[in-house]
Write a protein that binds this ligand. Structure first.
Ligand code: FAD
Length: 426
Protein backbone atom coordinates (compact mmCIF):
# COMPACT_ATOMS: atom_id res chain seq x y z
CA UNK A 1 0.00 0.00 0.00
CA UNK A 2 1.35 3.42 -0.89
CA UNK A 3 1.77 5.57 2.23
CA UNK A 4 2.12 9.29 2.30
CA UNK A 5 5.34 10.29 4.09
CA UNK A 6 5.25 13.82 5.51
CA UNK A 7 8.17 16.16 4.71
CA UNK A 8 11.32 15.55 6.74
CA UNK A 9 12.04 17.61 9.83
CA UNK A 10 15.65 18.63 10.20
CA UNK A 11 18.08 19.83 12.86
CA UNK A 12 21.83 20.19 13.42
CA UNK A 13 21.83 17.08 15.58
CA UNK A 14 19.36 14.24 16.17
CA UNK A 15 19.67 12.49 19.53
CA UNK A 16 17.87 9.14 19.68
CA UNK A 17 16.72 8.25 23.20
CA UNK A 18 16.09 10.53 26.16
CA UNK A 19 17.69 8.50 28.96
CA UNK A 20 20.50 10.13 30.97
CA UNK A 21 22.93 9.85 28.02
CA UNK A 22 20.60 11.40 25.42
CA UNK A 23 19.20 14.13 27.64
CA UNK A 24 22.67 15.19 28.82
CA UNK A 25 24.01 15.25 25.26
CA UNK A 26 21.00 17.28 24.09
CA UNK A 27 21.29 19.64 27.08
CA UNK A 28 24.95 20.50 26.41
CA UNK A 29 24.40 20.81 22.65
CA UNK A 30 21.40 23.10 23.11
CA UNK A 31 23.30 25.24 25.62
CA UNK A 32 25.94 25.83 22.97
CA UNK A 33 23.20 27.04 20.62
CA UNK A 34 22.78 24.05 18.30
CA UNK A 35 19.39 22.99 17.01
CA UNK A 36 18.75 19.57 18.58
CA UNK A 37 15.95 17.07 18.06
CA UNK A 38 15.68 14.67 21.02
CA UNK A 39 13.54 11.70 19.95
CA UNK A 40 12.17 9.41 22.69
CA UNK A 41 9.92 6.43 22.03
CA UNK A 42 8.12 6.52 25.38
CA UNK A 43 6.16 9.28 27.11
CA UNK A 44 7.45 10.75 30.38
CA UNK A 45 7.18 9.87 33.15
CA UNK A 46 8.32 6.33 32.29
CA UNK A 47 10.02 3.56 34.22
CA UNK A 48 13.51 2.20 33.60
CA UNK A 49 14.84 -0.93 35.29
CA UNK A 50 17.62 0.39 37.51
CA UNK A 51 19.04 0.46 41.05
CA UNK A 52 18.34 4.22 41.12
CA UNK A 53 21.68 4.82 42.89
CA UNK A 54 23.67 7.96 42.10
CA UNK A 55 27.29 8.24 43.24
CA UNK A 56 29.15 11.56 43.66
CA UNK A 57 30.20 11.27 39.98
CA UNK A 58 26.56 11.47 38.91
CA UNK A 59 25.84 14.25 41.41
CA UNK A 60 28.66 16.28 39.88
CA UNK A 61 27.01 16.02 36.46
CA UNK A 62 23.63 17.03 37.86
CA UNK A 63 25.18 20.04 39.57
CA UNK A 64 26.85 20.96 36.29
CA UNK A 65 23.46 20.95 34.56
CA UNK A 66 21.97 23.26 37.18
CA UNK A 67 19.35 20.73 38.26
CA UNK A 68 17.80 21.53 41.68
CA UNK A 69 18.68 18.67 44.07
CA UNK A 70 16.65 19.33 47.22
CA UNK A 71 14.47 16.82 49.08
CA UNK A 72 11.36 18.76 47.90
CA UNK A 73 12.47 18.05 44.35
CA UNK A 74 12.40 14.30 45.09
CA UNK A 75 16.07 13.56 45.80
CA UNK A 76 17.24 11.45 48.75
CA UNK A 77 20.89 11.93 49.74
CA UNK A 78 23.35 9.26 50.91
CA UNK A 79 26.69 9.49 52.72
CA UNK A 80 28.55 6.48 51.35
CA UNK A 81 28.61 2.77 50.96
CA UNK A 82 27.98 -0.01 53.50
CA UNK A 83 29.63 -3.24 52.40
CA UNK A 84 28.59 -6.56 53.87
CA UNK A 85 30.64 -9.66 53.16
CA UNK A 86 32.82 -12.35 54.67
CA UNK A 87 31.04 -11.88 58.01
CA UNK A 88 32.05 -8.20 58.18
CA UNK A 89 29.97 -5.03 57.89
CA UNK A 90 31.86 -1.91 56.87
CA UNK A 91 30.56 1.63 56.48
CA UNK A 92 32.65 3.82 54.17
CA UNK A 93 31.87 7.47 53.56
CA UNK A 94 32.26 8.79 50.04
CA UNK A 95 35.83 10.09 49.77
CA UNK A 96 36.57 13.69 50.63
CA UNK A 97 37.76 15.14 47.30
CA UNK A 98 38.07 18.42 45.45
CA UNK A 99 36.96 16.83 42.17
CA UNK A 100 33.63 15.37 43.39
CA UNK A 101 30.98 16.29 45.95
CA UNK A 102 30.97 14.22 49.14
CA UNK A 103 27.47 12.80 48.77
CA UNK A 104 25.38 10.59 46.52
CA UNK A 105 21.65 10.58 45.79
CA UNK A 106 18.72 8.27 45.22
CA UNK A 107 15.86 9.03 42.89
CA UNK A 108 13.54 6.71 40.99
CA UNK A 109 14.27 6.67 37.28
CA UNK A 110 10.65 7.68 36.69
CA UNK A 111 11.39 11.09 38.15
CA UNK A 112 15.10 11.24 37.34
CA UNK A 113 14.85 10.71 33.58
CA UNK A 114 11.97 13.11 33.26
CA UNK A 115 13.89 15.82 35.19
CA UNK A 116 16.84 15.45 32.82
CA UNK A 117 14.70 15.43 29.68
CA UNK A 118 12.88 18.57 30.86
CA UNK A 119 16.23 20.25 31.59
CA UNK A 120 17.33 19.48 28.02
CA UNK A 121 14.13 20.90 26.66
CA UNK A 122 14.41 24.01 28.83
CA UNK A 123 17.94 24.52 27.46
CA UNK A 124 16.37 24.60 23.98
CA UNK A 125 16.40 20.99 22.70
CA UNK A 126 13.23 19.96 20.86
CA UNK A 127 12.04 16.91 22.79
CA UNK A 128 9.58 14.72 20.88
CA UNK A 129 8.05 12.00 23.05
CA UNK A 130 6.28 8.97 21.61
CA UNK A 131 8.57 8.85 18.55
CA UNK A 132 10.23 5.46 17.88
CA UNK A 133 13.25 5.60 15.63
CA UNK A 134 13.08 2.68 13.22
CA UNK A 135 16.35 2.97 11.29
CA UNK A 136 19.01 5.12 9.67
CA UNK A 137 18.67 7.25 6.54
CA UNK A 138 21.87 6.90 4.52
CA UNK A 139 23.53 8.94 1.83
CA UNK A 140 23.48 6.55 -1.12
CA UNK A 141 26.87 7.53 -2.44
CA UNK A 142 28.86 7.51 0.82
CA UNK A 143 26.83 5.29 3.17
CA UNK A 144 27.01 8.09 5.74
CA UNK A 145 24.03 8.58 8.02
CA UNK A 146 22.06 11.70 7.22
CA UNK A 147 19.01 11.14 9.41
CA UNK A 148 16.60 8.58 10.81
CA UNK A 149 13.25 7.06 9.98
CA UNK A 150 10.71 6.95 12.78
CA UNK A 151 7.14 6.15 13.65
CA UNK A 152 4.87 7.70 16.19
CA UNK A 153 4.08 5.62 19.27
CA UNK A 154 6.23 3.58 21.66
CA UNK A 155 5.52 0.41 19.65
CA UNK A 156 6.38 2.15 16.42
CA UNK A 157 2.97 1.45 14.90
CA UNK A 158 2.07 5.05 14.05
CA UNK A 159 2.61 6.89 10.75
CA UNK A 160 6.19 6.94 9.38
CA UNK A 161 8.38 10.07 9.36
CA UNK A 162 11.93 10.97 8.53
CA UNK A 163 14.20 13.43 10.34
CA UNK A 164 17.44 14.79 8.97
CA UNK A 165 20.56 16.16 10.64
CA UNK A 166 24.27 16.74 10.14
CA UNK A 167 25.06 14.12 12.78
CA UNK A 168 23.05 11.52 14.69
CA UNK A 169 23.62 10.36 18.26
CA UNK A 170 22.69 6.82 19.35
CA UNK A 171 21.58 7.20 22.98
CA UNK A 172 19.08 4.37 22.67
CA UNK A 173 20.48 2.25 25.48
CA UNK A 174 21.88 -1.25 25.85
CA UNK A 175 20.25 -2.83 22.75
CA UNK A 176 20.95 0.24 20.57
CA UNK A 177 19.06 -0.90 17.48
CA UNK A 178 20.37 2.12 15.64
CA UNK A 179 23.99 1.07 16.19
CA UNK A 180 23.15 -2.50 15.15
CA UNK A 181 21.53 -1.17 11.97
CA UNK A 182 24.89 0.49 11.19
CA UNK A 183 26.74 -2.79 11.78
CA UNK A 184 27.93 -1.96 15.31
CA UNK A 185 27.28 -4.98 17.49
CA UNK A 186 28.24 -5.82 21.07
CA UNK A 187 31.77 -7.13 21.48
CA UNK A 188 32.15 -10.64 22.90
CA UNK A 189 35.51 -9.77 24.41
CA UNK A 190 34.09 -7.10 26.72
CA UNK A 191 32.23 -7.58 30.00
CA UNK A 192 28.47 -7.67 30.32
CA UNK A 193 26.38 -7.78 33.47
CA UNK A 194 22.81 -8.81 34.09
CA UNK A 195 20.85 -7.36 36.98
CA UNK A 196 17.34 -7.64 38.43
CA UNK A 197 15.57 -5.36 40.83
CA UNK A 198 12.30 -4.63 42.58
CA UNK A 199 10.95 -2.49 45.43
CA UNK A 200 9.74 -3.36 48.94
CA UNK A 201 7.93 -1.36 51.57
CA UNK A 202 10.32 -1.33 54.52
CA UNK A 203 11.30 0.48 57.72
CA UNK A 204 14.79 0.70 56.18
CA UNK A 205 13.60 3.06 53.45
CA UNK A 206 15.49 6.02 54.93
CA UNK A 207 18.89 4.31 55.20
CA UNK A 208 21.41 6.96 54.19
CA UNK A 209 24.12 4.51 53.09
CA UNK A 210 23.95 2.51 49.87
CA UNK A 211 24.24 -1.10 51.00
CA UNK A 212 25.98 -3.77 48.99
CA UNK A 213 26.22 -7.47 49.83
CA UNK A 214 29.17 -9.37 48.43
CA UNK A 215 28.12 -12.88 49.47
CA UNK A 216 25.91 -14.15 46.68
CA UNK A 217 25.97 -17.93 46.64
CA UNK A 218 24.83 -20.39 44.02
CA UNK A 219 24.95 -23.59 46.08
CA UNK A 220 28.55 -23.62 47.32
CA UNK A 221 29.80 -21.28 44.58
CA UNK A 222 30.41 -17.61 45.38
CA UNK A 223 29.11 -15.57 42.44
CA UNK A 224 30.88 -12.55 40.89
CA UNK A 225 28.52 -9.71 41.55
CA UNK A 226 26.64 -8.20 44.44
CA UNK A 227 23.24 -7.66 45.92
CA UNK A 228 22.10 -4.16 46.82
CA UNK A 229 19.62 -2.53 49.18
CA UNK A 230 19.17 1.16 48.47
CA UNK A 231 16.74 3.20 50.59
CA UNK A 232 14.55 5.43 48.42
CA UNK A 233 13.44 7.66 51.31
CA UNK A 234 9.79 7.23 50.20
CA UNK A 235 8.77 4.20 52.27
CA UNK A 236 10.51 1.73 49.97
CA UNK A 237 13.92 0.20 49.21
CA UNK A 238 15.21 -0.61 45.76
CA UNK A 239 16.54 -4.16 46.13
CA UNK A 240 18.37 -6.10 43.45
CA UNK A 241 21.40 -8.05 42.39
CA UNK A 242 23.75 -8.15 39.45
CA UNK A 243 26.15 -10.74 38.07
CA UNK A 244 29.00 -10.64 35.58
CA UNK A 245 29.36 -12.75 32.45
CA UNK A 246 32.82 -13.90 33.49
CA UNK A 247 31.51 -16.65 35.76
CA UNK A 248 30.50 -20.15 34.73
CA UNK A 249 27.10 -19.49 36.34
CA UNK A 250 26.28 -16.71 33.87
CA UNK A 251 23.41 -17.63 31.59
CA UNK A 252 22.41 -20.57 33.82
CA UNK A 253 21.22 -18.52 36.76
CA UNK A 254 17.58 -18.02 37.69
CA UNK A 255 17.93 -14.40 38.84
CA UNK A 256 14.46 -14.15 40.34
CA UNK A 257 15.04 -17.28 42.42
CA UNK A 258 18.49 -16.05 43.46
CA UNK A 259 17.03 -12.72 44.60
CA UNK A 260 14.31 -14.45 46.61
CA UNK A 261 16.80 -16.87 48.17
CA UNK A 262 19.15 -14.05 49.15
CA UNK A 263 16.32 -12.03 50.72
CA UNK A 264 15.06 -15.06 52.65
CA UNK A 265 18.17 -14.83 54.79
CA UNK A 266 17.33 -11.25 55.91
CA UNK A 267 15.75 -10.36 59.26
CA UNK A 268 11.95 -10.43 58.82
CA UNK A 269 11.54 -7.01 60.49
CA UNK A 270 13.26 -5.44 57.48
CA UNK A 271 10.19 -6.42 55.51
CA UNK A 272 11.76 -7.78 52.32
CA UNK A 273 8.94 -10.26 51.88
CA UNK A 274 6.49 -11.01 49.06
CA UNK A 275 3.63 -9.14 50.83
CA UNK A 276 5.68 -5.95 50.89
CA UNK A 277 6.88 -6.11 47.30
CA UNK A 278 5.41 -3.13 45.44
CA UNK A 279 6.67 -3.85 41.88
CA UNK A 280 7.39 -6.87 39.70
CA UNK A 281 10.97 -8.15 39.65
CA UNK A 282 12.47 -6.90 36.42
CA UNK A 283 15.90 -7.27 34.86
CA UNK A 284 18.12 -5.91 32.11
CA UNK A 285 21.69 -6.06 30.83
CA UNK A 286 24.60 -3.82 31.80
CA UNK A 287 26.99 -3.25 28.88
CA UNK A 288 30.42 -2.60 30.39
CA UNK A 289 33.95 -1.45 29.62
CA UNK A 290 33.27 -0.13 26.06
CA UNK A 291 31.49 -3.23 24.89
CA UNK A 292 30.33 -1.60 21.66
CA UNK A 293 32.89 0.13 19.44
CA UNK A 294 33.82 2.16 17.45
CA UNK A 295 32.04 5.06 19.09
CA UNK A 296 32.00 6.99 15.84
CA UNK A 297 31.01 5.47 12.52
CA UNK A 298 29.62 7.09 9.37
CA UNK A 299 27.85 10.04 10.97
CA UNK A 300 26.63 8.08 14.02
CA UNK A 301 28.05 8.74 17.51
CA UNK A 302 27.43 6.35 20.43
CA UNK A 303 26.88 7.54 23.98
CA UNK A 304 26.03 5.91 27.34
CA UNK A 305 24.82 2.28 27.31
CA UNK A 306 24.66 2.31 23.50
CA UNK A 307 28.46 2.61 23.61
CA UNK A 308 28.77 0.07 26.46
CA UNK A 309 29.99 2.59 29.02
CA UNK A 310 28.93 1.02 32.32
CA UNK A 311 31.76 0.85 34.88
CA UNK A 312 32.89 -2.82 35.04
CA UNK A 313 33.95 -2.47 38.68
CA UNK A 314 30.58 -1.51 40.16
CA UNK A 315 27.86 -1.58 37.49
CA UNK A 316 27.31 2.17 37.62
CA UNK A 317 26.10 3.54 34.31
CA UNK A 318 24.26 6.82 34.90
CA UNK A 319 27.30 8.99 35.64
CA UNK A 320 29.12 7.59 32.59
CA UNK A 321 26.06 8.13 30.39
CA UNK A 322 25.95 11.78 31.49
CA UNK A 323 29.69 12.37 31.30
CA UNK A 324 30.02 10.80 27.87
CA UNK A 325 27.09 12.99 26.82
CA UNK A 326 29.03 16.07 27.84
CA UNK A 327 32.24 14.87 26.12
CA UNK A 328 30.26 14.10 22.97
CA UNK A 329 28.43 17.44 22.96
CA UNK A 330 31.74 19.30 23.23
CA UNK A 331 33.09 17.33 20.26
CA UNK A 332 30.01 17.93 18.10
CA UNK A 333 29.92 21.66 18.88
CA UNK A 334 33.52 22.01 17.68
CA UNK A 335 32.98 19.73 14.68
CA UNK A 336 29.92 21.54 13.36
CA UNK A 337 31.63 24.92 13.71
CA UNK A 338 34.20 23.90 11.06
CA UNK A 339 33.35 25.14 7.59
CA UNK A 340 34.90 22.31 5.59
CA UNK A 341 33.35 18.89 5.69
CA UNK A 342 36.70 17.11 5.96
CA UNK A 343 37.52 19.17 9.04
CA UNK A 344 34.16 18.37 10.62
CA UNK A 345 34.90 14.67 10.06
CA UNK A 346 38.34 15.01 11.57
CA UNK A 347 36.93 16.54 14.76
CA UNK A 348 34.18 13.90 15.02
CA UNK A 349 36.77 11.17 14.56
CA UNK A 350 38.44 12.51 17.73
CA UNK A 351 35.46 11.46 19.90
CA UNK A 352 36.57 7.81 20.42
CA UNK A 353 39.97 9.12 21.41
CA UNK A 354 38.46 11.59 23.91
CA UNK A 355 36.50 8.69 25.46
CA UNK A 356 39.58 6.57 25.56
CA UNK A 357 41.46 9.37 27.32
CA UNK A 358 38.67 9.66 29.89
CA UNK A 359 38.02 5.96 30.61
CA UNK A 360 40.22 3.70 28.47
CA UNK A 361 42.86 2.80 31.06
CA UNK A 362 40.35 2.51 33.91
CA UNK A 363 38.04 0.25 31.87
CA UNK A 364 40.99 -1.90 30.78
CA UNK A 365 41.77 -2.37 34.47
CA UNK A 366 38.09 -3.15 35.07
CA UNK A 367 38.15 -5.84 32.41
CA UNK A 368 41.00 -7.57 34.24
CA UNK A 369 39.12 -7.17 37.53
CA UNK A 370 35.97 -8.88 36.20
CA UNK A 371 38.02 -11.77 34.81
CA UNK A 372 39.65 -12.27 38.22
CA UNK A 373 36.46 -12.15 40.27
CA UNK A 374 34.84 -14.55 37.77
CA UNK A 375 36.99 -17.20 39.45
CA UNK A 376 35.05 -18.18 42.61
CA UNK A 377 38.14 -19.09 44.66
CA UNK A 378 39.82 -15.77 43.95
CA UNK A 379 36.62 -13.89 44.74
CA UNK A 380 36.35 -15.73 48.06
CA UNK A 381 39.96 -15.02 49.00
CA UNK A 382 39.62 -11.34 48.06
CA UNK A 383 36.47 -10.88 50.17
CA UNK A 384 37.90 -12.78 53.11
CA UNK A 385 41.19 -10.90 53.22
CA UNK A 386 40.11 -7.37 52.41
CA UNK A 387 36.92 -6.91 54.43
CA UNK A 388 38.73 -6.85 57.77
CA UNK A 389 41.03 -4.05 56.58
CA UNK A 390 39.26 -0.68 56.53
CA UNK A 391 42.21 1.21 54.96
CA UNK A 392 42.34 -1.29 52.12
CA UNK A 393 38.56 -1.01 51.69
CA UNK A 394 38.73 2.80 51.54
CA UNK A 395 41.21 2.37 48.73
CA UNK A 396 38.91 -0.22 47.12
CA UNK A 397 36.00 2.24 47.27
CA UNK A 398 38.03 4.86 45.40
CA UNK A 399 39.02 2.28 42.81
CA UNK A 400 35.60 0.68 42.43
CA UNK A 401 33.66 3.96 42.28
CA UNK A 402 36.35 5.76 40.23
CA UNK A 403 36.52 8.63 42.70
CA UNK A 404 39.93 10.26 42.96
CA UNK A 405 41.53 13.69 42.73
CA UNK A 406 44.05 14.06 39.87
CA UNK A 407 46.73 15.10 42.37
CA UNK A 408 45.24 13.60 45.51
CA UNK A 409 46.66 11.46 48.29
CA UNK A 410 48.71 8.26 47.88
CA UNK A 411 45.65 6.07 47.21
CA UNK A 412 44.34 8.53 44.57
CA UNK A 413 47.70 8.47 42.88
CA UNK A 414 47.82 4.67 42.98
CA UNK A 415 44.38 4.36 41.32
CA UNK A 416 45.29 7.01 38.72
CA UNK A 417 48.67 5.38 38.08
CA UNK A 418 47.17 1.89 37.64
CA UNK A 419 44.62 3.29 35.17
CA UNK A 420 47.38 5.01 33.21
CA UNK A 421 49.51 1.88 33.07
CA UNK A 422 46.78 -0.51 31.97
CA UNK A 423 47.10 -1.48 28.29
CA UNK A 424 44.40 0.48 26.53
CA UNK A 425 43.48 -0.59 23.01
CA UNK A 426 40.81 1.70 21.46
C1 FAD B 1 18.91 -3.69 37.21
C2 FAD B 1 19.84 -2.52 36.91
C3 FAD B 1 20.28 -1.73 37.94
C4 FAD B 1 21.12 -0.63 37.68
N1 FAD B 1 21.47 0.17 38.73
C5 FAD B 1 22.19 1.27 38.49
C6 FAD B 1 22.47 2.19 39.54
O1 FAD B 1 22.02 2.00 40.68
N2 FAD B 1 23.22 3.29 39.27
C7 FAD B 1 23.70 3.54 38.02
O2 FAD B 1 24.39 4.55 37.83
N3 FAD B 1 23.42 2.71 36.98
C8 FAD B 1 22.68 1.60 37.18
N4 FAD B 1 22.35 0.78 36.12
C9 FAD B 1 22.81 1.14 34.77
C10 FAD B 1 21.94 2.27 34.18
O3 FAD B 1 20.59 1.91 34.27
C11 FAD B 1 22.31 2.55 32.71
O4 FAD B 1 23.71 2.57 32.57
C12 FAD B 1 21.73 3.89 32.24
O5 FAD B 1 20.33 3.86 32.23
C13 FAD B 1 22.26 4.24 30.83
O6 FAD B 1 21.61 5.39 30.35
P1 FAD B 1 21.36 5.59 28.78
O7 FAD B 1 20.76 6.93 28.62
O8 FAD B 1 22.59 5.26 28.02
O9 FAD B 1 20.32 4.45 28.38
P2 FAD B 1 18.80 4.25 28.88
O10 FAD B 1 18.63 4.73 30.26
O11 FAD B 1 18.48 2.82 28.58
O12 FAD B 1 17.94 5.18 27.92
C14 FAD B 1 17.72 4.85 26.58
C15 FAD B 1 16.51 5.63 26.11
O13 FAD B 1 16.35 5.44 24.70
C16 FAD B 1 14.98 5.23 24.41
N5 FAD B 1 14.94 4.48 23.16
C17 FAD B 1 15.38 3.22 22.93
N6 FAD B 1 15.18 2.87 21.65
C18 FAD B 1 14.61 3.94 21.05
C19 FAD B 1 14.15 4.18 19.72
N7 FAD B 1 14.26 3.25 18.77
N8 FAD B 1 13.61 5.39 19.44
C20 FAD B 1 13.50 6.34 20.40
N9 FAD B 1 13.90 6.16 21.68
C21 FAD B 1 14.46 4.97 22.00
C22 FAD B 1 14.47 4.45 25.61
O14 FAD B 1 13.06 4.54 25.74
C23 FAD B 1 15.20 5.16 26.75
O15 FAD B 1 14.49 6.28 27.21
C24 FAD B 1 21.53 -0.35 36.36
C25 FAD B 1 21.08 -1.16 35.30
C26 FAD B 1 20.25 -2.24 35.56
C27 FAD B 1 19.78 -3.10 34.41
Amino acid sequence: MHQHIPPADSADVIVVGAGPAGSSTAFHLAQAGLDVLLLEKSQFPREKVCGDGLTPRAVKQLVGMGIPLSAEDGWFPNKGLRIIGGGVRLELDWPDLAAYPGYGLMRSRRGFDEALARAASKAGARLLEGVSVTGPVLDEATGRMTGVTARAGADGDGPPRTYQARVVVAADGNSSRLSVAMGLRKRDDRPLGVAVRTYYQTPRHDDDYLESWLDLWDGDRLLPGYGWIFGMGDGTSNVGLGLLNTSAAFGHTDYHALLRKWLKGMPTEWGYTEENRTQPIRGAALPMGFNRTPHYHQGLLLVGDAGGMVNPFNGEGIAYAMESGEILARTIVQALARSRRAETERVLAGYPHALSQAYGGYYALGRTFVKLIGKPTLMRIATKHSMGRPALMRFALKLLANLTDPRGDASDRLVNGLSRLAPNPE
